[in-house]
Design a protein around this ligand. Structure first.
Ligand SMILES: [Zn+2]
Length: 307
């Protein structure tokens, strides 16, 4: 066989196998490995205050250090007292690391790492909810560590979401940067399971200044971005209050939330690593990183013109 031709074939099959676009902004194998570790049975569903939750903290902390995120006050761990849904946790933990930008205006990227634990002897592993968001947050951190951002990027793995958005509340009650410096909260919660290859960005109804940036995000072979699930008249299908971004919205800080529509594994013991869509998910995470890059290049960013 012609040697040049063989090289061309080898190159194109690599592209087909890993997906050209996602290969540029993230390491899909690392992304999947992070989900697999965080949703293992040994972490027992990562309920706030549990041993499994602490194991998740240790893993995320080691990944933050490996990636090279900087701590605030010399500590990646920020503890708070959590009370919610009949559970008190004396030492709940948000993990916070950042990449300094040229500007002190900050984009706060969040994903909750806690889940609902063990019920009636069954472990709820929460692979999609929300190991998938945490792993995508780690992928975004790794990307911007290599491609220096203009804005300061604060990465927060939140505790206590399942007990009433408590970690996000604690973060905002005791923020590492002044609240007026926060341009946007980008929240990820459930990114990895959708039969139609659809990822939603929710929040542009409240903050229409986000729309031009979202419209620039190119579709991937396995994932495309839709806007919606943010209008009051949608009732339960309005996701404005359904994850940590609501704590930011309540304080008039713009947010954009990335997630998939509900699926049969949502809050079920079957939300396991084996049910993650291993082609859709890396493309979905790459979309979010693309959006961040597009937004970061714009300066100054003004998103405050709320509805
Ligand atoms: Zn969740």
């Amino acid at each position: 066989m012609n040697r040049t031709l063989a090289l061309v074939i080898a190159f194109s099959s690599t592209c087909l196998f890993t997906g050209y676009a996602q290969r540029r902004v993230l390491d899909a194998q690392q992304l999947l490995r992070d989900v697999k570790v965080l949703s293992a049975d040994s972490l027992e569903g990562r309920l706030s205050g549990s041993q499994g939750n602490r194991m998740a903290q240790d893993y995320i902390t080691s990944r933050f250090q490996e990636i090279g995120l900087k701590p605030y006050q010399n500590n990646l761990r920020h503890t708070f007292r959590l009370e919610g849904r009949g559970i008190t946790v004396e030492e709940a933990v948000n993990l916070i690391g950042y990449i300094p930008g040229k500007s002190d205006k900050a984009i706060v990227i969040t994903a909750h790492y806690d889940h609902v634990g063990v019920r009636k002897g069954e472990i709820y592993n929460g692979a999609d909810d929300n190991a998938s968001g945490v792993a995508a947050l780690l992928a975004a951190a790794a990307h911007f560590k290599k491609h220096k951002p203009y804005h300061t990027l604060v990465f927060v793995a939140l505790d206590g979401e399942e007990l009433g958005l408590q970690g996000a509340n604690a973060f905002l009650e005791n923020p590492p940067v002044p609240l007026p410096n926060i341009l946007l909260n980008l929240n990820m919660d459930m990114l990895s399971i959708n039969q139609k290859g659809e990822l939603y960005a929710s929040g542009s109804y409240h903050y229409p200044a986000l729309i031009p940036y979202l419209e620039q995000v190119a579709a991937r072979p396995q994932a495309k971005l839709l806007l919606g699930h943010d209008r009051p008249e949608q009732g339960e299908n309005d996701w404005t209050r359904q994850s940590d971004h609501y704590q930011f919205h309540k304080r008039n800080i713009p947010f954009i939330y990335f997630g998939v529509e509900d699926h049969p594994h949502y809050h079920k013991p079957s939300d396991d690593y084996v049910n993650i869509h291993t082609t859709f998910y890396p493309d979905a995470a790459a979309l979010v990183i693309d959006f961040l890059s597009i937004l970061d290049k714009k300066r100054p960013v003004t998103l405050q013109n709320t509805k």
